[in-house]
Design a protein. Sequence first.
Length: 176
Amino acid sequence: MLCSEPFHKAEFLNRLLNSVKSPIIFVDMDLLYTGYIESGMIQKKDNVIIVHPNKASWIDKLSEIIIKVSKEKFLVVIDSFNGVYSIFNDLESARFINSCIMLLSYVGRQTNSSVVITTMARKKENNEWVLLPGGKQIIKSGKIGVYFLKKIGNSLVISTLKDTNSKIFKIEQEND
């Protein structure tokens, strides 16, 4: 999920998590979601496990997540790719992170789990996406859906990027 506005991303993720009944693992790399919970702007659901890995704990935390996902259906949200790459900033680490995410996705398919990865991105004038170095390799994978999230009026609009037949999904604002 590509997005250029962090608040729209947080709104989308909150709506997504509120719509899911199965257990959720939220890997909060940029701490935005955690900040919203701690401020009381978002209510933490009982089925959400929030994980805050750092460079030293990444392998252990990822191993724990893979073990859980291998046993039952989960929604795993990695928020955000930018946060992952600010921890691991060299190309070799980017390859390692991509391999970890691919392994997690593969294991998740066995239990019908889903992995959602968010990243902040922007479009250049020539219609190319500006992403962190490792992000381009994930997007080029044939088994991954790539979507762009933006807000138009009071609605979140999600459009597909990889399909030649682009699809657009509109999520209307919830009535409070």
